[in-house]
Design a protein around this ligand. Structure first.
Ligand SMILES: C[S@@+](CC[C@H](N)C(=O)[O-])C[C@H]1O[C@@H](n2cnc3c(N)ncnc32)[C@H](O)[C@@H]1O
Length: 203
């Protein structure tokens, strides 16, 4: 699906229902958000960026762990629902399509929950570049992906693997959990030598 079609598809979903995935009420979704927050390696983050925040249900779980939280989404209707549900003063909702739009901030936590499989290959490459260039040196990146059929061109597993490939040696996996229906992976940004470099010292 071309990007424009994906955005139209998402806008149509939110036009039909305030919370198309029932994220605020579904026990499955709430359990997933609790596990997502449990996977965070640090107790507190200075500045978090949640990409594709939707109706703000995960945002509400993340807020207590962040001094400042920027939650962004490409769908206006999702944001208006999120703003009405999450009113913490340290949470800011912004409209934008990642990676083309990126906040004027240097996050130390990036949350990518159920959003990576909406991105094109070029957008995944662009997101990896944003993570490399426009985040803090030791940023944590949390990926959460549905393991069933996404209804799109790419599965959650493929989307996570694609981003890991696009990030190359700039990140390492620090946590991985397969749950019923979804998986969580946490990456840590840093400088990680290739195996050959560790033994030979070559570049
Ligand atoms: C399935 S919902 C997930 C919502 C929430 N993150 C969660 O885990 O419940 C995906 C959201 O990502 C948004 N989205 C998709 N592509 C995006 C992009 N490139 N930039 C920002 N938001 C995007 C959609 O509008 C939608 O609200």
């Amino acid at each position: 699906m071309p990007t424009l079609d994906i955005h139209t598809h998402l806008a149509n979903l939110y036009a039909a229902a305030d919370d198309p995935w029932n994220t605020h009420a579904s026990p499955y979704e709430q359990g997933k958000f609790a596990k997502t927050v449990q996977s965070l390696p640090r107790t507190q983050y200075r500045c978090a960026l949640e990409v594709g925040c939707g109706a703000g249900a995960l945002t509400a779980h993340l807020a207590p762990r962040c001094d400042y939280l920027i939650a962004t989404d490409c769908t206006e209707r999702a944001l208006s629902v999120a703003r009405s549900r999450v009113t913490h003063p340290h949470v800011t909702f912004t409209h934008g399509s990642v990676p083309a739009d990126w906040p004027n901030a240097v996050p130390d936590l990036i949350v990518l929950s159920e959003v990576l499989y909406f991105l094109t290959d070029a957008e995944s490459v662009g997101l990896a570049a944003r993570i490399c260039q426009d985040t803090a040196a030791d940023t944590d990146i949390v990926m959460v992906n549905w393991s069933g059929d996404t209804g799109g061109l790419i599965s959650g597993r493929q989307a996570a693997d694609r981003l890991v490939t696009d990030l190359g040696h700039s990140c390492e996996c620090t946590f991985s959990q397969v749950c019923s229906g979804f998986s969580i992976e946490v990456l840590r940004k840093g400088s990680f030598p290739r195996i050959g470099q560790m033994f030979s010292g070559t570049t």
